[in-house]
Every structure is written in C-alpha cells, then in structure tokens.
Design a binder for this molecule. Sequence first.
Ligand code: SF4
Ligand code: SF4
Length: 254
Amino acid sequence: MPKKPRKKPVICLTSLTDCEGCLFAILDLGQRFFDLLKYFELGNFDLIEELPERPHYDIAIVEGTPITKENFKHLKELRKKSDLLISLGAYAHLGGIQQIKNWQNKDKRIYQVYKKIRGINNPDIKPIGKIVKVDFDIPQCPLNNEEFLRIMYQLKEGRMPRIVRRPVCYECQIRGYECLLQKDQPCLGPISIGGCEAICPGNSMYCEACRGTFPEADIKGLKKLIGKKEFDRVAQTYGALDEIEEVEKALKKK
Ligand code: SF4
Ligand code: SF4
C-alpha cells in the first residue's frame, strides 16, 4: 500500500499593531520562502491576504504588540488554538519602538500625534509574552530573515530552535569592525544577544539592543561606563530596558 503523505504543519503569520517590517523581510526571501512552503501549509498570512481564521494552527507566528481591543482578542484566541506560538521581531518580543511612550507622558504624546482625534486606545505597550504564553522568540528589528529560515527548517525537523547566547561584540570583533564604545559612543553590544552579524556597528551605528539581553551580561559594568541616563535612553529604543531591569532584579535575588 502506498504510504499516506505526512500532513504538513499549518502555520499562521500575522501582525498586531506595528509596521509589519518583519513580514516584509520574510517576503524578501522570495523563492526561498515559497520553497519553505513545501513543508508547511500557509493557513494565514494577512500581509498578503486575510483568509478566514482556521480553528487550529500548528504554529502561530505573531508580529507587533496589541493596542486595540481587537488585537488583544486576536492574540488570546491565537494562543488558545495554536500548538506553538512564536513572537516575531522586536515589537512582539520586547515591545519595540512604540514602547518608548511607556517611559514618557503617553497621554500627552498621543495628542501630539493625533491632534484632533479623541478616543484612541493608548494602553502601555507590553511584549506579547507578558500577555500570553510564548513558546519561542525570534528577535531583532526587523528580523534577520536568514535566521527565520533556519528556525523554520529546525521546526520542520521537529527540533525546538535555539538563539545563540553570545554578545553582539563577538560578531562585531570577528568582522574587524571599529569599536564605537572606544570612541565614546553608547554601544550596547556587550550586553546584547548576537545573531544579527553586528549589522549596526558594521554600518557605524551603535547597538541599541533590539535583540534583547542575556542573563550573563555585565549590565552593571556597561552602565557604569556609559552612564545610567544614556544607557537607559539607548535601551528604551526597542524596548530592551524592561528585560534588562528584569535580569538585574534576578541577579540581585541570587
Ligand atoms: S562597536 Fe559595539 S558591538 Fe562592536 S565591539 Fe564595540 S561595543 Fe561591541
Ligand atoms: S547590532 Fe544591536 S541594534 Fe543592531 S541589529 Fe544587532 S542587536 Fe539589534
């Protein structure tokens, strides 16, 4: 008897509130993205076309953070009906750029953007992992689409993917880039998770920790070097500051 073909896992690629840059970066893979679909069934990809919601997904990959009531409902429903829920990019993972308002007077800020419109949802921004259980984070703003492909092929093999635990400095120095910290720039490379190939220092921009931090990072030492105010300003850019403070708290408890 011929073997029954194995059912392909059904994936959903969706966004809450954000710029959708990570989904565009996935589309930038071109043919390589379509090759991936030999192994996964695309249940939904709302950047291309909004299809009717399925009752179940094997893997839901979520970009952005919830801001509207519909976003919160969509995220919670996705969690209920998906075996694996993965955050995609710095917004979903850390809060992203829109999280900067949490550190400011957000009620005043919204009227600078929407001068005449009232009644717009303006909650504090939280990474999706603070709202529902997240099984895995794909970091960076926007994501590294090569890393995305690697992760998807690992999932296809039934393996839980892992993100490297080395600082951006490692990737920066093996490429021979000039150290911006040594030029008095507030680079967070020493405490930021690598995997981005140090793309920012490679383009003469200091690292703003868009991939988040790791428990072994010498946060105290870098803060002392850069100064707390400047450190906090840079770490707020993509939402890493909350995560950094959590790592510091956990270290104090030890
Ligand atoms: S430029 Fe930044 S990432 Fe590169 S070595 Fe210096 S501190 Fe590290
Ligand atoms: S260098 Fe830093 S800010 Fe730039 S992509 Fe890498 S982790 Fe993100």
